[in-house]
Design a protein around this ligand. Structure first.
Ligand code: A2P
Length: 265
């Protein structure tokens, strides 16, 4: 698929696809070149997309799934058959060009959280993408003693991307040693048998998550939480954080938890 040679708007750069991996019939990830001028904080999102036939860009917000020190950029995406962007984006191949916005932003960043001891990263589906960035940032381990990454998907096959990211993190020459013994990956499924089953909200509510981790329930003094998933997941998980006495943070006013919607279509 070759992008038509049309004028590219000033708010985006054209970048080249260097890798594409299809994880399931619903999920794929891809890697693109990183412009020298492109700076971001681990956990942020950026607009990415393709040129439409009418010469206008079709852009959607995507979390950057690689850490801020990486020389290329990773993204993890759902495939929606009739989705305006993902129906086309899922066909990209190595060597193709896509559009990358110039202004990354977002709230799933360390700066939006008050200091704490344990950082919980709660994700469903493609909501793991920003955390694939955060768990590979050395600053995360400077600020927190321990990081717990939870990932809940419908079935076991959908957990594969997260398993790979965590394995790569532990083996990474730059951060691997720092992460050893300090990152816990907790996976659950809701529509297939697995070691742990159930929605993350259920596992928090009934205490099973904390029991399995050998940790105490959320505690305002020590625990900080980042949440990324569907609208329903965000609302329900946010309610549980607030019930535990945690307050929502933002870049302008750090707090005890932060949320962001995963890309959906
Ligand atoms: P479920 O199978 O019970 O719907 P999706 O792929 O649809 O985005 O879902 C990803 C995961 O998020 C699924 O395991 C799904 O569970 C779960 N999920 C969906 N809605 C919520 C919610 N409101 N709270 C917590 N988890 C949710």
């Amino acid at each position: 698929m070759e992008m038509k040679k049309q004028a590219i708007p000033g708010s985006v750069n054209a970048v080249t696809v260097v890798d594409v991996h299809h994880w399931t019939n619903r999920l794929f990830s891809f890697r693109v070149t990183r412009p020298d001028s492109f700076r971001f904080r681990s956990g942020e999102f950026v607009m990415i997309g393709l040129m439409k036939d009418d010469g206008k860009p079709l852009l959607r917000a995507y979390s950057i799934a690689s850490p801020s020190w990486d020389h290329e950029l990773d993204f993890f995406s759902i495939k929606v058959e009739d989705g305006p962007l993902t129906s086309r984006l899922q066909k990209i191949q190595v060597g193709d060009e896509i559009l990358l916005g110039k202004k990354p932003t977002g709230t799933l960043v360390l700066d939006a959280l008050l200091p704490g001891k344990t950082l919980y990263l709660l994700s469903t589906g493609t909501g793991i993408a920003p955390f694939a960035s955060v768990i590979r940032d050395p600053e995360t381990y400077d600020r927190f003693d321990h990081v717990v990454l939870t990932h809940t998907c419908r079935d076991v096959a959908e957990l594969a991307y997260g398993e790979k990211i965590v394995k790569d993190t532990l083996e990474d020459p730059l951060v691997g040693e720092m992460v050893q013994g300090r990152l816990t990956h907790y996976t659950s499924t809701t529509r297939e048998a697995h070691t742990h089953t159930g929605r993350i909200t259920t596992l928090i509510e009934n205490g099973k998550l904390f029991e399995d981790l050998g940790r105490k329930p959320f505690n305002k003094d020590e625990d900080r939480v980042m949440i990324c998933g569907s609208m329903g997941m965000l609302q329900d998980t946010k309610d549980l954080c607030e019930a535990a006495g945690l307050t929502e943070g933002a870049n302008s006013m750090p707090g005890e938890f932060v949320i962001e919607k995963a890309f959906v279509g």
